[in-house]
Design a protein around this ligand. Structure first.
Ligand code: BTN
Length: 344
């Protein structure tokens, strides 16, 4: 693009942003009542087409704007609504530079990130959603992703490394999310190896990392690191299959204006710091926050045909492998799998 064209485009984008903000402010000042397109246009000295475009952009950002014929538009004020502006603002203050896309609804942010990558998205980006209709968990399970109570987001990354090193990203996001939860909500969550977060003995977050390689030379094409965090208890509770395990960080009466935005922005910030600086340590923090050490566990292998075994967790090494000692005295360092604590 020529310099003149870039300047023109920048001007256009700035104009759209300003118009959008002005329309949002006007709708906010008259929230819960309707304002006609004509009124907005005349109050803000805009054309009707510009008003329509701004409403469309605001909806794409996740704002809920009702439109009724002959009455106009009404902004539905949503408590703690996910907002690209708020998230980008925190990222900028934290000196973190990564593209963000905020969506009200998507099937799965991991799936969407993959589609974007396959359609030529070459930049690193975070896809953030308020609701997932088909949230995916590990081992082909679903991830319950109700509207407005959790945050669901996936990083699309193009690391210049091999698949083996990229596995550290799962542990990095776990550490980053714990730090962000502490910073933004003042709550100390723990890590259950390898990638679940727990609070008050309930699973409050799950992580799904997926690596895609080139079939030609086996090199890493891109990585998707997805995390879902249950911030508030869902109004209708959890589905039966997870109701004894799942929990949330805050009760529904503890709603604040911006807990979810802050949590997303701080998690992105903490993760990107670790991602951008491969020399930055995180394993001590991972170990400190892990609650399995010293527990007797049942090991559920990835392959269901293999038999379940029992062992004592003796530690976590610098590659975030779980160190275990079986009943017969054998010792092992596990790099994947799932374990459950055996309670006496
Ligand atoms: C698990 O606990 O089994 C992993 C759950 C991972 C859920 C997150 S939510 C954001 C991203 N999109 C998905 O579909 N899954 C991950």
């Amino acid at each position: 693009m020529k310099t003149q064209d870039v300047k023109k485009k920048t001007k256009e984008v700035t104009l759209i942003l300003k118009t959008k903000d002005k329309v949002l402010d006007l709708l906010k000042s008259k929230s819960n009542s309707f304002v006609s397109g004509e009124e907005i246009a005349s109050e803000l000295f805009l054309t009707r087409a510009a008003v329509w475009k701004a409403i469309k952009n605001l909806r794409e950002d996740g704002h809920r704007i009702e439109a009724v014929t002959n009455r106009g538009y009404s902004l539905i004020l949503d408590y703690d609504m996910l907002s690209k502006e708020v998230i980008d603002d925190v990222l900028e203050k934290n000196n973190i530079s990564i593209k963000t896309v905020v969506m009200d609804e998507i099937n799965s942010t991991n799936t969407y990130a993959k589609e974007c990558a396959d359609n030529g998205m070459e930049d690193d980006c975070v896809y953030i959603a308020n609701f997932q209709s088909g949230g995916r968990g590990r081992r082909g399970r679903n991830f319950f992703s109700p509207k407005g109570t959790g945050v669901y987001f996936s990083f699309l990354l193009h690391p210049r490394t091999d698949v083996k090193k990229a596995t550290g990203l799962t542990c990095k996001i776990a550490v980053a999310a714990c730090k962000a939860i502490e910073k933004s909500l003042g709550i100390k969550a723990s890590i259950k190896w390898v990638n679940d977060l727990y609070y008050k003995e309930r699973k409050v977050s799950g992580i799904l990392s997926e690596a895609y390689t080139s079939i030609e030379d086996g090199s890493l094409s891109y990585v998707i690191v997805g995390i879902g965090i249950n911030v508030y208890e869902p109004a209708d509770g959890y589905p039966d299959e997870i109701k004894n395990v799942a929990g949330a960080l805050l009760g529904s009466s503890e709603k604040t204006d911006d807990a979810r935005n802050r949590l997303v922005a701080e998690t992105i910030s903490e993760f990107m710091k670790l991602y951008n600086d491969p020399g930055m340590g995180y394993t001590d923090e991972y170990r400190e926050r892990s609650f399995l050490i010293g527990n007797y566990v049942q090991i559920n292998p990835n392959n269901p045909d293999l038999k379940k075994e029992y062992a004592l967790v003796t530690g976590i090494d610098d590659e975030c492998r779980l160190l275990v000692k079986y009943d017969d005295g054998r010792e092992a360092a596990l790099s994947n799998g799932e374990v459950s604590v055996v309670k006496y």
